[in-house]
Design a protein around this ligand. Structure first.
Ligand code: ADP
Ligand code: MG
Length: 334
C-alpha cells in the first residue's frame, strides 16, 4: 500500500504499534502534543540529535530499510555512550518521499525497534512529513548521567595515553564492499565489515563502565574518523598529541578489502569514520585498570597515542617520521 492511501495518521498508528513497550519512566508516549517522561532524580540530562539523509549518509541501493532505522538510532546512542551516559527517550522525525510503500516504512521501524530494545531506549514520539527529495530521518535522544561521572572532551592532560575501544576502518571497508558488490554470503570477513557499516554497535556498556569507574579523563565516539576525533579532544583540552600509526588497530578484513580497493587500510582506520568505537584518554597509572576492566566487557582496547602539551601540536608518527596530523575524514561543508 502507498502511504498516500493511508494518510499521516493511519501511518503513525501502524508505526507506533511496531514499537516496543516503553519503560515505567514514560508517563505518556505517542498520542498527545508532547511525551511526558519522569526525570532521573539526581542525574544530569543529556540531549543529542543526529539526522541521516538519503544519498548523503546512506543509499537505498545497498542499505536495507531495517538498517536505516537501526543506524539512525545507533548513532545517537553512540553519542550518549561517549558522555558516559545511559540513553533514555527518543523522538523520531521522518521525511518520506512520495511513492514510498507503507511496508518500507514499517521495515525502517523494525530496525529502529530492534535498536531501541538493544540499548533500552523508549521511543516516545516523532513527526511524519512528506519529503520532496530523498528519505530523511532525524532522531533526538535524551540520556542521563551522574553529575560527577559525565565525560567531556576537554579533560585530557599531557602524558595521558590515547586509547581506542576496538578496531577501526571496518565501516568504510563495508561501504566499499557494498558499493562494489563484493559478495556478502561466501566470506565471513566481508559479512563482518558490511554488518559494521549497516548495523553499527554503540559502545554503550563500555562508555558507561569507563565513566562510572572514573578510569578516563576524556572521551569521544568515532563518527568522523580517529584523526578528527582526537583533534577535537586536543582542541577542547588545550593539548597536543601524537598518534602512532603502527599501533592503530584494524582487522584482517580491512587489510584485505583495502588491498582490493587499492587503498591504505591505515587511511581507512584514521580517516574512515562511522566505526562508532570510543576514543578516550587515560592517565598512565590507570592503563592496567582499563585493560583489565575492558577485557571483561569483551572489547580489546589499544593504546594508539599520547597527549602532549599544546605547544607540541598534533602529530602522526610513522616509524621515525613525524607528520602533522590533520583531521581528514568527512566534512559536510568542504
Ligand atoms: P502534533 O500535531 O501534536 O505535533 P502529530 O499529529 O504530529 O502531533 O503526531 C501525533 C502523535 O504521534 C504524537 O505523539 C507524535 O509524537 C507521534 N508521532 C508522529 N510521527 C511519529 C513518528 N514518525 N514516529 C513516532 N511517533 C510519531
Ligand atoms: Mg499537537
Amino acid at each position: 500500500m502507498k502511504i498516500k492511501e493511508l494518510g499521516e495518521f493511519g501511518l503513525i498508528n501502524i508505526l507506533s504499534r511496531k514499537l516496543p513497550d516503553t519503560s515505567n519512566m514514560v508517563i505518556k508516549g505517542i498520542g498527545d502534543d508532547t511525551a511526558v517522561v519522569k526525570p532521573h532524580a539526581g542525574k544530569l540530562m543529556l540531549l543529542t540529535t543526529d539526522m541521516i539523509i538519503e544519498e548523503v549518509h546512506f543509499s537505498l541501493r545497498y542499505a536495507s530499510f531495517e538498517s536505516v532505522g537501526w543506524k539512525a538510532l545507533a548513532v545517537n546512542v553512540s553519542d550518549i555512550a561517549a558522555m558516559g551516559g545511559t540513553p533514555s527517550s527518543a523522538v523520531v522525525s521522518i521525511g518520506i518521499p512520495e511513492g514510498m510503500e507503507v511496508k518500507q516504512i514499517e521495515r525502517i521501524y523494525i530496525g529502529l525497534s530492534d535498536c531501541a530494545r538493544e540499548y533500552g531506549v523508549d521511543i516516545v514520539g516523532g513527526d511524519t512529513v512528506k519529503s520532496p527529495g530523498g528519505l530523511v530521518i532525524n532522531i533526538a535522544l535524551t540520556g542521563w548521567v551522574a553529575p560527577d561521572k559525565v565525560l567531556y572532551r576537554s579533560g585530557a592532560q599531557p602524558g595521558d595515553y590515547i586509547m581506542v575501544s576496538g578496531p577501526l576502518g571496518r565501516s568504510v571497508a563495508g561501504l566499499y564492499a557494498l558499493n562494489n558488490f563484493l559478495s556478502g554470503n561466501d566470506s565471513e570477513m566481508i559479512r563482518e565489515v558490511i554488518a559494521v557499516h549497516l548495523f553499527p554497535r554503540a559502545r554503550l556498556k563500555e562508555g558507561r563502565f569507563l565513566a562510572e569507574k572514573g578510569l578516563v579523563t576524556s572521551m569521544n565516539d568515532i563518527s568522523d574518523g580517529l584523526a578528527s576525533e582526537v583533534i577535537e579532544i586536543c582542541q577542547a583540552s588545550g593539548a597536543g598529541c601524537e598518534l602512532y600509526t603502527e599501533r592503530i588497530p584494524y582487522t584482517h578484513g580491512v587489510t584485505e578489502i583495502a588491498a582490493i580497493a587499492g587503498k591504505s587500510p591505515l587511511e581507512w582506520a584514521l580517516y574512515g569514520g562511522e566505526d562508532f568505537e570510543l576514543v578516550f584518554t587515560v592517565c598512565e597509572n590507570r592503563i592496567d585498570a582499563v585493560q583489565a576492566a575492558m577485557d571483561k566487557e569483551s572489547c580489546l582496547p589499544s593504546i594508539v597515542g599520547r597527549i602532549l602539551p599544546t605547544e607540541e601540536g598534533c602529530s602522526l608518527i610513522e616509524g621515525t617520521a613525524r607528520k602533522v596530523l590533520t583531521a581528514g575524514g568527512y566534512n559536510h561543508f568542504k
